[in-house]
Design a protein around this ligand. Sequence first.
Ligand code: NAD
Ligand code: TYD
Length: 350
Amino acid sequence: MKKIIITGGAGFIGSHVVRRFVTTYPDYQIINLDNLTYAGNLANLRDVEDRPNYRFVKGDITDAQFIDGLFTAEQPDAVIHLAAESHVDRSISNPIDFVLTNVVGTVVLLNAARKHWQGAYPAHRFYHVSTDEVYGALGDTGMFTEETKYDPHSPYSASKASSDHFVRAYHDTYGIDTVISNCSNNYGSHHFPEKLIPLAINNIKGNKPVPVYGKGENVRDWLWVEDHARAIDVIFHKAASGETYNIGGHNEWKNIDLIRLLCNIMDRKLGRAAGESAKLITFVKDRAGHDLRYAIDATKLKRDLGWEPSLQFEEGLEKTVDWYLANEEWLQDVTSGHYQQYYEEQYTSR
Ligand code: NAD
Ligand code: TYD
């Protein structure tokens, strides 16, 4: 029996992690702690919300009193921490929110773990979910390993790097059992349509311009979100205390090539003439400080714990498009209101 608080469980990756843990481990109690920001959506978890081993708690990880009370009341065995402000463009226009949630929120959780926990895994574990963006940008060659020096460039990646340092500091200073994973770009269902792939799907569907930053030459290493959730499961259960693992898809794509592939898939799915959707591609002003290339070397995770990505990108992208086309209502809900206003501000200032 384990009681696990998963923070950010109503978001994109968090909802996949919650679903995986709730359905794979019926004897665990899973508490989804989420403040339901614009990115949090309980509709992401409709299929598991009635399970007896699942509970949702609305709360802010930056609220120290609330978090302390939650630890007192629930006595959790472990935390899997995903709650964060996660979008680079938003971090450029509003960095403070990223410091508060990603840095202060992580330290608030670590303080609660420090106060309430004694004993290392399997009694207690603090799993911090992070990003490859902490390593900065690569040139045309090379890959990020767990030994790569941190070199963040955006306010988002700087805040995640800072939170990673705090997690390691709490392990080294107070002996808390921690593990960290740094993952590449995820894609799949329930992805908020401010990020490249769901934004492009949504715009192609609605016959709207598909904004490609700069020349579209930037490279990202895309991983199927369910493979990330599976990696988190394996690392949570098997990693030694204090370890770090990189997670990636061995799947590098230039943005413009990815968007062209997506346009071809959408043409087919929507019964459009070949080349029709690609006419929507619009090159816009580049992102400030735009990292050129990310690529993950996930050898350590394969060697130590046997994890490998399961899905080819083309297959994963088709599945993702199918999900968005079948879930019109979800898309409508998340693209109304606040998001509409963000979108207009983000793209009219270019
Ligand atoms: P997301 O933006 O979709 O979800 C974040 C969730 O955190 C939302 O449900 C939101 O309501 C919640 N949240 C935000 N602030 C909170 C607060 N103060 N208190 C409680 N809850 C709060 O993010 P995501 O893409 O699912 O990313 C999840 C984690 O994985 C993040 O830590 C991110 O840095 C990391 N990560 C993401 C990617 C990616 O490609 N999306 C890749 C690697 C790592
Ligand atoms: P994004 O999905 O925001 O993830 P990240 O910045 O964390 O990698 O962006 C992925 C890539 O796509 C990145 O190089 C920026 C680019 N991009 C566009 O070209 N157009 C867009 O509208 C968005 C949101 C991103």
